[in-house]
Design a protein around this ligand. Structure first.
Ligand code: RUB
Length: 289
């Protein structure tokens, strides 16, 4: 029988708990059970491309009373999430076709809020191989009575050229105003740019990785090849890098609790609002490309 801490770790590792914010919240639940140094290290290593998880743990652990720290962190996250949803819902109008990729709980919540406001719109989404998170998105939207059409990933062009808006989530925001999100997002943002479809990353600002301001390059998680082909020929190498960087030049705006900001203004505004999350140490020169 797995203890509760290990169960949460197992569920994060195996994508039973997925999406950056869900992962960060689950890590805080695990932190409430165990917060010695090795448990914290274990939590941080579960999903390497998740600064929100790291920011949350760092802030919660800055309190002498860790349980109080966890509560305070969740309070900030809850109010940031609500404000992000409110800003994001304003982007959706009547008769809009919204395109999205993968599953972002933030993007889904924005769509549900727009629906609650009485807006009539439809969603095009992609299935998101190999783990099909697009099915989670489609299921949640249908439950909220929002019409959805699912496309296979390789038909994204057909979906995007008939869309009015591209909303996507974020796993990380860098100091350059770029976003790290599910593989495919960059290609889709490029297609959307070609067809003049505006592209917004929707996320609480705590996905910002302060270390990127010091020259760190965000690590992109790679997963097991067997997710793509369980009985693959022995000598075949398969790339299963699951995230990629969407450059600031491809992003119309970052929607967060701070507002809807151009990527170039995001970092300055974030630093003003959350000075305690900004890194104080010196750049690690050898990691600068
Ligand atoms: C999920 C994914 C999501 C972001 C944002 O990838 O890329 O778009 O994590 O999600 P995975 P949220 O399934 O590999 O975790 O808005 O819920 O934080």
């Amino acid at each position: 029988m797995m203890n509760r801490f290990n169960r949460i770790c197992h569920d994060i590792k195996n994508l039973k708990i997925q999406g950056a914010e869900n992962v960060a919240r689950a890590a805080l639940r695990a932190l409430a059970i165990k917060h010695d140094a090795s448990s914290v290290r274990k939590l941080i290593a579960l999903r390497p491309t998740e600064p929100c998880l790291k920011n949350c743990l760092k802030y919660a652990l800055s309190f002498t009373d860790v349980q109080k720290g966890i509560k305070e962190t969740l309070k900030i996250m809850d109010s940031a999430r609500q404000a992000t949803i409110n800003f994001g819902s304003r982007l959706i109008q009547n008769n809009t076709t919204v395109f999205t990729h993968c599953h972002s709980s933030t993007v889904v919540a924005i769509m549900i809020e727009a629906k609650k406001q009485g807006k009539k719109f439809q969603v095009y989404n992609t299935e998101t191989r190999p783990n099909f998170q697009g099915r989670i998105t489609a299921t949640e939207l249908l439950k909220a009575k929002i019409p959805v059409t699912m496309f296979i990933d390789s038909s994204a062009t057909s979906a995007i050229k008939d869309s009015d808006l591209f909303l996507f989530g974020a796993d990380a925001i860098t100091a350059q105003g770029s976003i790290i999100n599910k593989i495919g997002n960059k290609m889709m943002a490029e297609i959307a740019e070609k067809y003049d479809v505006p592209r917004y990353a929707c996320t609480i600002s705590w996905k910002f990785d302060p270390k990127t301001a010091l020259g760190y390059i965000e690590k992109l998680e790679s997963r097991d090849e067997r997710e793509i082909w369980p009985n693959k020929p022995k000598k075949l190498r398969i790339s299963n890098v699951i995230f990629e960087e969407v450059g600031a030049d491809l992003i119309t705006g970052i929607v967060s609790e701070i507002g809807v900001l151009a990527p170039s203004s995001f970092v300055a505004e974030f630093s003003k609002k959350y000075p305690y999350l900004i890194e104080k140490q010196q750049p690690i020169i050898k990691r600068i490309p």
